[in-house]
Design a protein around this ligand. Structure first.
Ligand SMILES: [Zn+2]
Length: 284
């Protein structure tokens, strides 16, 4: 079980990351509260390995959002939200991972850890793909391979797919590394189960990387099909916001009004996690 000192360090680590993110304008006030809730819950359920893996998603995504920021600006204007993450964005990206951690807490199973890592890999891949892929001028709709506006949901590019693959491998390797290091430090109760199955686990890395990449492609596909897209009657511009940046109420032209970018991210994390779970059950 998690020792009291470790739990305290976990709370402090969560607090420091959240405060830093808020000061760097990566999170809104409610986003900070949501992130702290997620961080502390994850720490209590899974310890350092699980907590750190999700922290890597957040830290790496924040770093890439700074990368060539000015070059990306013209293509991010019609996005639903800014790069300051609010509570819904935090939950959309982490809620399914927390659910998996809770199930694993009650019923430890290697495939559940793979599913958790894949859910984190999915949202990491999606974020890296957005932040890096937007720099690739050759963007295409995932549905008809026709040229599309880069930065839009449902649009893919070679740069974005490469970034998604890189992120998936990064999270998969980090999961194994964190698990190994944390086991050596013996900071949580599941270490024996996990290490027995995962140290040097090439199969684990392959499953998480493939499922994470699959999840991010599912994210693009959902973004192109069911996600709400609007058109501003005043400027004629396409937008992902129900109210256009000019202040005019936009008209729904595609998808469902209830499905926004957050819902798509949440569904994609389920797709990625589920795929890894199924592969894990069959292959471990
Ligand atoms: Zn407008």
């Amino acid at each position: 079980m998690v020792s009291q000192i470790n739990a305290l360090v976990g709370v402090i680590a969560t607090l420091l990351i959240a405060i830093y993110a808020f000061r760097k304008k990566q999170l809104t006030e409610k986003g900070v509260i949501a992130a702290m809730g997620v961080g502390i819950t994850l720490f209590a359920l899974g310890g350092w390995t699980w907590f750190s893996l999700l922290a890597l998603f957040f830290i790496s995504s924040a770093a890439w959002s700074k990368f060539k920021k000015n070059e990306k600006k013209p293509f991010t204007q019609e996005h639903e939200k800014t790069d300051v993450r609010d509570a819904w964005q935090v939950l959309a990206n982490s809620l399914f991972a927390v659910v998996l951690a809770a199930i694993h807490f009650l019923n430890p199973d290697a495939a559940l850890f793979a599913a958790f890592a894949a859910a984190v890999a999915t949202v990491t891949a999606d974020t890296w793909a957005t932040e890096i892929g937007i720099l690739d001028p050759n963007a295409y709709s995932i549905l008809h391979r026709s040229k599309a506006q880069r930065g839009d949901s449902g649009v893919v590019s070679a740069g974005g797919l490469a970034a998604a693959a890189g992120a998936s491998v990064f999270i998969a390797l980090s999961a194994v590394l964190l698990n190994t290091v944390n086991n050596d430090l013996a900071v949580h109760g599941f270490s024996d189960i996990l290490t027995a199955q995962f140290v040097g686990g090439a199969m684990f890395v392959a499953i998480v990387a493939v499922a994470g990449f699959f999840g991010s492609v599912a994210d693009s596909w959902l973004g192109a099909t069911i996600q709400a897209k609007y058109e501003c009657p005043k400027c004629g511009k396409r937008t992902e916001q129900p109210i256009h940046s000019c202040g005019t109420k936009a008209k729904l032209v595609q998808g469902f009004a209830v499905i926004d970018n957050d819902s798509v991210n949440f569904l994609a994390s389920i797709a990625g996690g589920f795929m890894a779970y199924v592969l894990g059950v069959f292959l471990f």
